[in-house]
Ligand binder design. Sequence first.
Ligand SMILES: [Zn+2]
Length: 166
Amino acid sequence: MTGPKPISRELARERGLLRYFTGKPCKHGHVAERLLSNRECVVCAKLRDVQWLITPKGKAYQRQYRETPKMRNYHREYSRKRYLEKKAANQSVRESCETEDRLRVLKPKEILQLLRAEVTKAGGQEAWAKKAGIDRALVNKVIHQKRPVSRNMMKALGLRVVVVKD
Ligand SMILES: [Zn+2]
């Protein structure tokens, strides 16, 4: 059997406790501590409370309790706290997205993919080269990986070369 160590009602009273424990089930079969005051099992007491709370009287009591200044204040503080937490969470997500947008590190392969996509969008190598003011032959060589992407091309792609300290 699990549960607290049995302590008689008399001993519990001597020690100034509010509960005692017999280890024997109550009339409803709960093996639980009993209240010193009325010998009621704590599970039965809890159930009685819960059942009372859903009666009209209990509901009225709950309503009244919620309207006390202390509880009103508590609810106001709670929803304010939740609101600020949510706001802060949204803010940090937005900030990290913005930073990632601006500071995305691209691999050479990704730069090439970006170039190919832009060239396709422009309607061909010649069209893109003309638009970007870059020699068409160079664009062709870069696309076929015979030459590295030039700085001017990066600029035309909206990229910036950044040197990062190790
Ligand atoms: Zn009980």
